[in-house]
Design a protein. Structure first.
Length: 156
């Protein structure tokens, strides 16, 4: 649910404040989410982000790491560095201040308890996410996940 919510909020923000969401690439924002074009599907199609079979039998970490790489780049490289600003914009635009309670210390918290917060960081793998964030004018605010593919903790 966190991913679905943040992508819907991000899609809306690309229309109302594209510079906040894409930096210098802001002119692309409204076109990317125009429903007359196929690109809006990239943001709202969650079929490549959720497991194909329920109930999920894999550990949550493995399920997150199995997310399609393009979806993970969007979630962690473009949207995640902007979550506080994104939720604040949505709360103001929708006149719903309680929306801010769905973010806990910069981490989506719709259904996750504070103890489950580390799950959010599992998908933040790869230096390419920092590059994508910088390209769109943002900086990742946390170190890359220590979890490698298949949830193996990398030592270093």
């Amino acid at each position: 649910m966190n991913v679905a919510l943040l992508r819907v909020l991000f899609t809306h923000a690309l229309l109302v404040r594209p510079r906040l969401m894409l930096g210098r690439s802001a002119p692309l924002g409204p076109r990317l989410v125009d429903p007359r074009h196929r690109t809006v599907k990239w943001f709202l199609d969650l079929g490549r982000s959720f497991p194909p079979v329920y109930p999920v039998t894999l550990p949550t970490e493995d399920t997150i790491l199995d997310e399609h790489p393009l979806a993970r780049m969007l979630d962690y490289g473009v949207i995640a560095p902007r979550l506080p600003a994104l939720y604040a914009l949505a709360a103001a635009t929708l006149e719903e201040p309680r929306l801010m309670t769905l973010l806990d210390a910069g981490v989506p918290a719709y259904v996750w308890s504070r103890a489950e917060r580390p799950l959010w960081y599992v998908g933040n793998t790869g230096a390419h996410l920092r590059l994508i964030a910088r390209t769109t004018g943002a900086h990742l605010r946390w170190p890359p996940s220590p979890a490698g593919r298949r949830g193996v903790v990398l030592h270093g």
